[in-house]
Design a protein around this ligand. Structure first.
Ligand code: BDR
Ligand code: CA
Length: 324
């Protein structure tokens, strides 16, 4: 099987970092580049972190700096209580270990790379969707040249969960709802890996400790980078572990059979108290809905094989599953 050619659009971010290690170590993924975006921290911080992550785990993979703010709004405050003041869980790291910065802005890097590999590139986007919307605005034809966009974002209320930063919105979509509505309505195949499947997928403290014990330098890094993030989950949700957001998008790419999906167009609310809410019109709903009809269907993840997902991540980091 040929490898998945991936552009990783990211706002590192602790779970972004964990997902980068997953991609860098998985033999079926060829990283073509990282593109940074504001989100969990400022663009300067996420770009610095992306460069460190590429330098440390994905030698030779370029990094291009992306948007500092949403299309039509001011940038949100950094989520320091979740991701630490430095976006990487307050982990001290050697900023000299940094991939070089590509001269192009992220959206131009995306366009050029997609055009260099027509029909082959997966956009794996795990932050606000501003860079992807800017790429579409500059070169709408890339929609037909992208293999697929796999997006961590949104929530569809499967278990009653509609948001994590407001009662109605997930962080990446709320980060730039205008961009999200454009990206989810573009004529490229879109898969959405939202809170419906990322919150049921939990890496327990024992699981993370096992990665540290058995996963070499990568496992140790995953443990170190997730200490602050784990404490946040314990304080905020009384969880003895962490939700697996961005790595779930990687797992969907590698093993879509681990997920149950529902097909249908998706809209994003761009104003009002539910701004950032994602609403799908399932293909089976037999009513006219002019605001949805005519837009391409997205595959929304509504179920996950949690054990299978965690085993895939563990195998990738450690080389084998834990013996029980
Ligand atoms: C998403 O928001 C960010 O804080 C995480 O990195 C993840 O991409 C989860 O809602
Ligand atoms: Ca992220």
């Amino acid at each position: 099987m040929s490898k998945h050619k991936v552009i990783y659009d990211t706002d590192p971010g602790v779970d972004d970092a964990m997902a980068l290690v997953f991609q860098a170590l998985h033999p079926d993924i060829e990283l073509l580049g990282l593109t940074s975006v504001f989100g969990n921290a400022t663009i300067d911080t996420t770009t610095r972190n992306a460069r460190f992550l590429a330098g440390r785990f994905a030698a030779g993979v370029p990094v291009a700096q992306g948007a500092a703010a949403p299309l039509r709004r001011v940038a949100p405050e950094p989520l320091a209580r979740i991701h630490g003041d430095n976006g990487l869980g307050n982990l001290a790291f050697d900023a000299a270990v940094a991939a070089p910065l590509d001269a192009r802005p992220a959206h131009r890097f995306i366009i050029d790379t997609v055009r260099a590999h027509p029909g082959e590139v997966t956009l794996l986007a795990v932050g606000p969707l501003t860079n992807l919307a800017l790429a579409l605005a500059d070169d709408p034809l890339i929609a037909s040249l992208v293999k697929q966009a796999v997006i961590m974002g949104g929530a569809f209320g499967i278990d009653g969960v509609l948001g994590n930063v407001t009662p109605a919105a997930e962080a990446n979509i709320l980060g730039d709802p205008d961009a999200a509505d454009i990206v989810l309505g573009a004529a490229w195949p879109v898969a959405i890996v939202g809170l419906d499947v990322t919150q049921p997928t939990i890496m327990s403290q024992d699981y993370l400790a096992s990665l540290r014990e058995r996963g070499g330098a990568a496992g140790q890094f995953i443990w170190d980078v997730s200490r602050h993030y784990e404490a946040f989950h314990e304080q905020s949700a009384q969880l003895k572990g962490i939700y697996v957001h961005d790595s779930s998008a990687v797992a969907y790419l590698l093993a879509p059979q681990l997920y149950t999906t529902r097909s249908g167009p998706v809209r994003v609310l761009t104003e009002g108290i539910a701004v950032g809410q994602t609403i799908q019109k399932p293909a089976t709903l037999p009513v006219p809905a002019p605001d949805w009809d005519g837009r391409p269907a997205c595959e929304v993840c509504i179920g996950v094989d949690v054990a299978g997902m965690l085993a895939l991540y563990e195998r990738t980091i450690c080389g084998s599953p834990r013996s029980t």
